[in-house]
Design a protein around this ligand. Structure first.
Ligand SMILES: [Zn+2]
Length: 216
């Protein structure tokens, strides 16, 4: 259908349209609405609708969801986007929705691509990157949780130690037993290692509190 033959009656009827030679009312589909927002040039098909300030991508409400325009365009041509994949531009033109200019890649590809082409914001605006003396850890050193405010001190139980580590061969009881047996002076590292089925090097570290240091 030629879009020129469509009269939009958006104010009165919402998203309905009337064909010129007939009085049939049909609901405008999201796809029709999508292509009305596209200006096709010889190279890129530019998005006339809303563009995000952050990266200049087009935005549209499609299938009752806020979506990125060039992703919708890719989906209209190729079907669903595999989970975790990004739709990237061959033409480096963020508002472009020409499906021939789009290809699939991972988010990692996208960032690498940006960095390679020096489009990453840290290249575009190096003065806004807070490095060196302007880094927040220098300007607001009091905000960094150091010492007793560090998570390791405040929530020691959150760190998986000892038996909780998932790879532990010993238990806290056995560790205490190893240390007390060694204190008696009757056992060597090797003998204790054989008894507890671990290496004598590990016995040494346990006795010196380099392993299982939290067990006193
Ligand atoms: Zn393009």
């Amino acid at each position: 259908m030629n879009p020129k033959n469509i009269k939009w009656k958006s104010e009165k009827y919402g998203r309905f349209m009337v064909e010129k030679h007939g009085c049939r009312l049909r609901r405008q589909t999201d796809e029709q609405r999508f292509w009305l927002k596209v200006k096709k040039t010889d190279m890129c098909w530019l998005w006339k609708g809303y563009l995000t300030r952050k990266n200049g991508y087009g935005k549209i409400s499609f299938n009752k969801k806020d979506q990125v325009a060039h992703r919708v365009s890719w989906q209209l041509k190729n079907g669903d986007i595999p989970t975790g994949m990004s739709v990237l531009h061959k033409c480096d033109n963020p508002p472009c929705v020409n499906p021939d200019h789009l290809f699939l890649g991972t988010q990692r590809d996208n960032v690498l691509d940006m960095v390679r082409k020096k489009r990453h914001w840290a290249f575009v605006k190096p003065e806004s990157a807070a490095t060196g003396e302007r880094h927040s850890s220098r300007t607001y050193p009091e905000r960094v949780a150091r010492g007793d405010r560090h998570g390791l001190r405040k929530h020691p139980e959150a760190v998986r130690r000892g038996e909780n580590s998932g790879t532990a061969k010993l238990t806290e009881e056995k560790v205490k037993e190893i240390r007390s047996l060694y204190k008696t002076g009757h056992y060597t590292h090797v003998v204790l290692g054989n008894m507890f089925k671990i290496s004598n090097q590990n016995i040494c570290k346990i006795i010196n509190f380099q392993r299982w240091a939290h067990v006193k």
